[in-house]
Ligand binder design. Structure first.
Ligand code: TPP
Ligand code: MG
Length: 612
């Protein structure tokens, strides 16, 4: 057997360089890295030597570098991913939130935190968390519950099994998620005679599992028997590249489609079978269908509470649930009749069984009525006073008017995810929402990831002042790497959506907007100066018309543009209509009469919630 004598770190980089996707590209595009003593000598040396065979990029924060990597994988529809390496201790635990984000959203990312010495001689090393009664614990054990595959590399030869397992998880449609290879510092530097064959190029095909034909028959029978079926389009449709298949299925069998956050834009909003997003922040046209449906057919959806109205939305007493999902865990949720398999294949098999069956009990006009309402609601308000502040819907309207087939609206947390789900009329593939973890601070780093994945499209990143304050520093990285995108920063001086939720649950305004926070001076944060200091093109939009012009102007730049606009914190997207109840537990006892009233409303609403 021919062998190569390499350090474990060199072997890891060499192996990763040879793992390909079906398009003939490296599956791992490159490695985001912040070095410390836990990875600089071992992995750092290996990456430097690898050069362009495995590019290394320097970011500003381990969490946000990972956000960029995850957004990239999402925008690549899981066909390509990135790795992120950190030192031990704080660099590593900075990535735990990002790991959870990828875990919830079922997105591939390879995390390589350095770990303490396998040999333990220098214990406790700088930044080592010491467990008094468990010698195997390190800070990196925090990754276990938020990794789809976690491994600790304490001997160089372990890579021979660990790396193929890692690639399998990253490329498996059902198990896909974050992989953490916790890499002990001394092991990274240790040499081993690796078989040369280990480094031969390998293509990782994204498999399309076939459903069980008996399940296909059962689901087809349910569809044939249903009078008011509805299809719920989830993110799995996008990852299966089943967009056209779903559109054809819906048209052929006359079953309307409603969307989830992750499934939105699988079909353009203009598609006649797309009735809009369903749920808490759902369109009236979608929620009407959902409430009356006697058969709900999920396609690639986790049925998150925002989609199901905390399971009070799909409330027809005769309602049955079908879940088409590549992951059995999702397919069998909530007593659904599960169809386990690839979304595209499942829809094709179902369609072949249904032949020319058509359901057809829906009103095609309802989506047009809803879209007209959206247009009206997103108009810039006229006849307003001097001190008028635009609402978020007007901001969305401005972006909408500048949008074309190339536009991707992206966001993660705050008011905008709900508002965009409700109001954004996406072209196909024109919506990137991280709403599995809804992580503040994903937005700017994520925008860079989306643009790196889809350089031909125009990325508009919606970010609230709160999310911007939480994580913005990858803006500097985007400037350095010349990755342009447009940031629309809505400054409503605090956590607007949570403030409204607080009021809505009977609470007093408290600790969300700066005006009701326990501070001595009201802040006057100059976001324009802040973004400009990192090299972004930054401007303040004076009004909605100015915002529109600034968005158009931003397209010509090679660096990100940050457009700041002052907005009113008190208006939520629900004012457009649509929407549904959401389960947020209200205190059972309180001195506040408002809470008591909210509690009564809460108990009344709970009656619609289904536990089955
Ligand atoms: C990391 C993280 N912390 C806390 C939350 C809870 N949370 C959701 S939205 C929000 C406020 C967002 O404020 P901002 O970005 O200004 O958006 P706005 O609602 O004001 O438009 C908070 C605190 C979260 N989603 N993520
Ligand atoms: Mg805000």
């Amino acid at each position: 057997m021919n062998t190569l004598r390499l350090t474990a770190a060199q072997a890891m980089v060499r192996y990763l360089s040879a793992q390909m996707n079906e398009d003939g590209e490296r599956f791992i595009d490159g490695v985001w890295a912040i070095f410390g003593h836990g990875n600089v000598a071992g992995l750092g040396e290996a990456l430097e030597q690898a050069g362009n065979t495995m590019p290394t990029w320097r970011g500003q924060n381990e969490q946000t570098m990972a956000h960029t990597a995850i957004a990239y994988a999402k925008a690549k529809r899981r066909r390509r991913a990135m790795a992120v390496t950190s030192s031990i201790g704080p660099g590593a635990t900075n990535m735990v939130t990002a790991a959870a984000l990828a875990h919830v959203n079922r997105l591939p990312v390879l995390l390589i935190p350095g770990d303490i010495f396998a040999g333990r001689a220098p214990d406790p090393v700088l930044q080592q968390v010491e467990d008094f009664d468990d010698g195997t614990v390190s800070a990196n054990d925090c990754f276990r519950p938020v990794s789809r595959y976690f491994d600790r590399i304490v001997r160089p030869e372990q890579l021979l099994t660990a790396l193929p397992r890692a690639l399998r998880v990253l490329t498996d449609p059902a198990d896909c998620g974050p992989v953490t290879l916790s890499f002990c510092q001394d092991t990274q530097a240790e040499a081993f005679d690796y078989p040369e064959s280990f480094f031969e190029p390998k293509v990782w095909r994204i498999r399309r599992p076939e459903p069980d034909s008996r399940d296909v028959s059962d689901v087809a029978a349910l569809i044939e028997a249903a009078e008011r079926p509805v299809l719920v389009c989830g993110g799995g449709v996008v990852y299966s590249q089943a967009e056209e298949t779903l559109a054809d299925f819906a048209t052929r069998h006359a079953i309307p489609i409603i969307e989830t956050q992750a499934g939105k834009s699988a079909l353009a909003q203009s598609h006649p079978m797309n009735f809009g997003a369903a749920g808490v922040d759902g369109a009236a046209s979608a929620n009407e269908l959902a409430e009356k449906a006697d058969l709900v057919i999920g396609v690639g959806t986790r049925f998150q509470d925002f989609t199901t109205g905390s399971w009070a939305l799909f409330k027809d007493p005769s309602r049955k649930l079908v879940s088409i999902n590549v992951q059995g865990y999702d397919a069998d949720k909530h007593s659904a009749v599960g169809l386990v398999g690839d979304a595209k294949v499942c829809l094709e098999r179902l369609s072949a069984t249904l032949t020319d069956h058509r359901s057809g009990a829906f009103d095609p006009q309802s989506r047009l009525d809803w879209l007209a309402k959206v247009d009206a609601h997103c108009c810039a308000r006229s006849d307003v006073s001097e001190d008028y502040l635009p609402i978020d819907a007007e901001v969305i309207g401005a972006v909408q008017r500048t949008a074309n087939e190339k536009t991707i609206a992206m966001c993660a947390a705050g008011t905008m995810p709900g508002a965009l789900k409700l109001l954004w009329q996406a072209p196909q593939g024109g919506y990137h929402m991280e709403y599995g973890y809804s992580c503040m601070g994903y937005e700017i780093a994520g925008a860079m990831g989306v643009k790196l994945a889809q350089p031909d499209r125009d990325v508009v990143c919606f970010v609230g002042d709160g999310s911007y304050m939480m994580a913005n520093s990858e803006l500097a990285t985007a400037v350095m790497r010349q990755v342009p995108f447009t940031v629309v920063l809505t400054d409503n001086r605090g956590f607007g959506c949570i403030n409204r939720l607080q009021l809505g649950t009977g609470g007093a305004e408290f600790n969300n907007l700066y005006r009701s926070a326990n501070i001595e001076v009201q802040p006057e944060i100059d976001f324009v100066a802040h973004a400009a200091s990192m090299g972004a093109h930054a401007v303040k939009a004076e009004d909605i018309a100015d915002l529109e012009n600034q968005i158009l102007a931003s397209r010509a730049r090679q660096v990100p543009t940050v457009i700041v606009i002052d907005t009113d914190p008190m208006h939520g997207p629900g004012e457009a209509g649509g929407g549904h109840w959401w389960d947020v537990a209200v205190p059972e006892v309180s001195a506040r009469p408002e809470v008591k009233e909210a509690r009564e409303n809460y108990l009344a609403a709970l009656k619609d919630q289904r536990a089955d």
